[in-house]
Design a protein around this ligand. Structure first.
Ligand code: NDP
Length: 279
């Protein structure tokens, strides 16, 4: 008997170029699973109908991207991660109940575990930026047990809002106080868009970081940011944005297709080539 083909999709508007089909098709091939992953361009006015009838549309689950991530939270049964981040990016069925989660949290943490094992021995992290991705990063660090997270943001009110949300282990600091916070930080994370192609650079001197510090950057265009290049030049361990992107896809695949895939060097090379082709 032929295997039943399971399919998931990415729902966005506009349906921007995404690496998700490339990633999931690679894993489907590698694991020999009969399945599919497509892109669905759904405008905001059609989103609720589409999500509430996901099964009828032929899907066992979905990724959700701009501009639907907050709405997806309201239309599904979110877990603690999605609620804390304030956005859902992965939807899946539990019987007939449509649940959601935010896989940026484990994408960030899973990538650190893979790239810099033992990174969580530090009690202090310094996180730059307090936007959408920062919420996932801060939540993941707190969940892992990091004792104190200094949170620097250009507009300090947004850092204070995250302290109000997550509690006093999050310590807002002024953007100008970053140099003073570096010597105490065992982990430095850039969650701002600074250093991304087309954005201003991230002006930061890493010489004051401890010798065993780990540096992570969420930006993945370019693949190696100036921040990561400077960290490597100092001999520090790093975790890059592409690694996070790949690791955040693992859980969705597992939930939809019932097998836990691996982030391999071959997959990374495939996505790197795609990113370089679409610069
Ligand atoms: P947001 O727009 O939600 O937040 C942007 C952040 O950057 C804010 O903290 C903002 O500060 C700060 N910022 C922007 N410009 C400046 C500037 N000139 N000086 C100082 N700070 C600045 O974006 P996201 O959090 O969604 O994304 C941030 C980056 O992370 C992007 O490059 C994105 O591609 C990447 N990303 C990567 C992922 C991955 O899987 N690797 C996943 C998600 C995001 P302020 O609040 O003051 O405006």
């Amino acid at each position: 008997m032929a295997a039943i083909k399971r399919a998931a999709c990415l729902i966005g508007w506009p349906a921007a170029h995404s690496r998700s089909p490339l990633i999931h098709h690679y894993w489907l091939r590698q694991l020999g699973i009969e399945g599919g992953y497509s892109i669905e361009a759904v405008p905001p006015e059609g989103f609720a109908e589409f999500v509430l009838n996901l099964k009828t549309h032929g899907y066992v689950g979905a990724n959700v991207t701009i501009p639907h991530k907050e709405r997806a939270l309201q239309l599904t049964e979110p877990d603690a991660r999605a609620r804390a981040v304030g956005a859902a990016n992965t939807l899946y069925y539990d019987g007939d109940l449509l649940r959601s989660t935010n896989t940026d949290v484990e994408g960030f943490i899973g990538n650190l575990d893979a790239s810099a094992p033992g990174w969580d021995r530090t009690a202090h992290a310094l996180v730059l930026g307090a936007g959408g991705s920062s919420r996932a990063v801060v939540f993941g660090l707190l969940e892992r047990g990091i004792g104190r997270i200094a949170l620097a943001n250009r507009s300090i009110e947004r850092a204070q809002a995250l302290r109000d949300l997550f509690g006093d282990r999050v310590v807002p600091i002024a953007w100008s106080d970053i140099p003073a916070a570096l010597p105490g930080a065992g982990l430095l994370v850039n969650t701002t868009s600074l250093g991304m192609n087309g954005q201003p650079p991230l002006p930061i001197d890493l010489s004051a970081l401890p010798a065993d510090a780990v540096v992570a950057d969420l930006v993945y265009v370019p693949l190696e940011t100036d921040l990561l290049a400077a960290a490597k030049a100092r001999g520090l361990r790093t975790a890059d944005g592409l690694g996070m992107l790949l690791h955040q896809a693992v859980r969705g695949f597992d939930l939809w297709f019932g097998a836990r895939p691996h982030v391999t060097a071959e997959l990374r090379a495939l996505v790197e080539a795609d990113l370089l082709g679409h610069k």
